[in-house]
Design a protein around this ligand. Sequence first.
Ligand SMILES: Nc1ncnc2c1ncn2[C@@H]1O[C@H](COP(=O)(O)OP(=O)(O)O)[C@@H](O)[C@H]1O
Ligand SMILES: [Mg+2]
Length: 354
Amino acid sequence: MPTAEQLNLLVSNVVEPFTEKPLGELRMIRDTFVNGNDARVRIELPTPAYPDSKRLEELIRQRIKFAAPELEPRIEIHSTVRGKDTGGRIGLNIHNIIAVGSGKGGVGKSTVAASLACGLHSFGCRVGLMDADVYGPSIPHMMNAEGKPAATELQDEQGNRVMRIDPIDAGGVKLMSMGFFIEQGQSVVWRGPMLHKALTQFLKDTAWGELDYLIIDLPPGTGDVSLTLAQQVGLAGAVVVCTPQQVALLDAIKAVDMYQKVNVPILGFVENMTGEIFGRGGVQKVAQELRIPFLGEIPLNAAIREFSDRGQVMKMLMEENSARESLRTVCQNVAMQVFREIVKSPTGPVLEIL
Ligand SMILES: Nc1ncnc2c1ncn2[C@@H]1O[C@H](COP(=O)(O)OP(=O)(O)O)[C@@H](O)[C@H]1O
Ligand SMILES: [Mg+2]
């Protein structure tokens, strides 16, 4: 019989299929245990949204069977969200901040942002959703949330006055929108610097608590806002939403260029509204050409519009329907791309929480 150390070594050489790196290097083995015939391997997935833990389990089993056929260990799978803990720069306890952007309005950016939040929540992650689209805040409606978040003025340890805004709970997702503070029918002209300051301040003052992921729905065509966020908050990366139409694609390419200029990792492209009207596959092709990950396609589907119009994005991700599978796949791909970015960065996987 191998010892626990030998078992550990064996498993640590198994290659994780999505990063193509060995489990040992990824620090995904929590522990190994051998006592006579009783043996156990505990694996720590980097996110509860890990796409195919059965396959990983099988790879581990095969490796053990090959080297130590007499051993039949139990394989326990846990998960802990890894993060860059970028929000720490402004005192937040958020492990991954993900911006959702596009070059153009109307491509389904808010739909994707809300679906990401609800989908990651449905996998068991702690999620916040920040609607930063001051020009057309649509997230509160999609999430069926209204009201004015409670704001309290407090004093910090240095005696400074600070604001504390409680996010609105939307089916388990912590939601904040600049729209909550704009009166109905009132139009607000946000000049650049004001918008930046307001956004960072909003993020800082909101009592998010500890989050695995914070999704930010950015206003369209906002290179400068992304720059501010990248500098002051730090981003795990950006998701670029695009439709298969040529014009939308050109705008998305511009958005990519902008993120690259401000050093925000591009998590990838999502093709939204795939189907007979707009076509299919164009976004994936461009992603390949630009060597940017492709995060999946979401079909043009009337059910999506109906769920979001009725304020039921959470329901769309929780219950069986024709849109759910494609949306969940995008969530999983985003979560895994965040992990790939963490593994890629020179410091390696940063922190393990829980
Ligand atoms: N895949 C889809 N199929 C059908 N309707 C969609 C899809 N994605 C988005 N929509 C609808 O298109 C409209 C615009 O989407 P929205 O997310 O508000 O775009 P943006 O935030 O980019 O302006 C909404 O009415 C939404 O419900
Ligand atoms: Mg929008």
